[in-house]
Design a binder for this molecule. Sequence first.
Ligand SMILES: N[C@H](C=O)CCC(=O)O
Length: 426
Amino acid sequence: MSKSHDLFIAAQKHIPGGVNSPVRAFKSVGGDPVFFKAAKGAYLTDEDDKQYIDYVGSWGPAILGHAHPEVIQAVQERAVDGLSFGAPTKIETTMADLVCDLIPSIDMVRMVSSGTEATMTAIRLARGYTGRDKIVKFEGCYHGHSDSLLVKAGSGALTLGVPSSPGVPKALAESTLTLTHNDADEVRKVFSEIGDQIACIIVEPVAGNMNCIPPEEGFLQTLREVCDEHGSVLIFDEVMCGFRVHLQGAQGYYGITPDLTTYGKVIGGGMPVGAFGGKKEIMSHIAPLGPVYQAGTLSGNPLAMAAGLKTLELISASGFFEDLSAKTAKLCAGLQQAADDAGIAFTTNQVGGMFGYFFSEEKNISRFAQVAQGDMERFKKFYHGMLNEGVYLAPSAFEAGFVSLAHSEEDIQATIDAAARVMKTL
Ligand SMILES: N[C@H](C=O)CCC(=O)O
């Protein structure tokens, strides 16, 4: 038996399900989750010393690869001056200035400690700003696990079959209107009926929590238009795709400007960070400038700011996103070829450094229903085959994959070669 097996048994004694976040438990693929002891560049090393090429990247933050030496150095240098102050520090202003310089839609930004906090507060802010309660989200999009947003949610909630979790008060769930993702007509219809009651739309502009689903042509533009017509706030949840698909995230990639944006993952460079920001007119409603309350002991933590700042600096290098995108495209093309050669119905999606793959007869996957109809048994077999080959992919068909600066051409080719072997066994 592997050390991971023993560790998983030990973990279950005092940790619910043996994990500190449900999707880690391998429930949808079966078997024991792998316990890792080290991560460096494109590789993870498990407790049995087996090495894996990693395409999870800690669910997105590791865009430079794991333990990038300059990020580690920045954190080490900050650490000797104190871990947390609970008081203002200069590095928080440096971070805010940089985010506002990089993202034209953001005049002001507040740092928090997770993507969940960022989206939860952005919703509260939109409600406080508009004086309205109803919010619109889309089935399969995941915006963290705050109550209003855990309705027909994606990611681990969907993977475990609890997209609308028990424990969410009925009244709160009723204020959340869940529409079909990528269905612009449905959005227009709902806004024509009750648009003046809707505080905001929140959307993952590139959905990464129901696999990797780009917006259909015109969808984001429709969201922008209905929000403008009805005085609602448009929130882009860029926790996953921000600083990942483009330096300006999905809003830069697609050229659509939201009112508020939420961040997490890359902006923290591997440390626990989230952020929300946007127009000054809306952001000035946040306490202490305005009445909408939000707070956090560790918000703007100096170590997290140091890791995030160094990461943003390095991904701002000229050509960074072109290279990342080209590498990801090569991976997707190679996986497709491997499937075609083995006669397996398969397709991929890719936006910048994010990708998804589907065991499906359909070629253009842009709707949640298409993802849900994929061949999950084949996904499981492929997953374990790749794991055996030393390739670590997301252990759920409802999660995106991530490529990093650290993945070499050889890593990508080795992954494609492994996929070719595994596809033949399916
Ligand atoms: N999709 C999630 C993050 O964005 C997966 C991470 C988790 O739930 O632990």
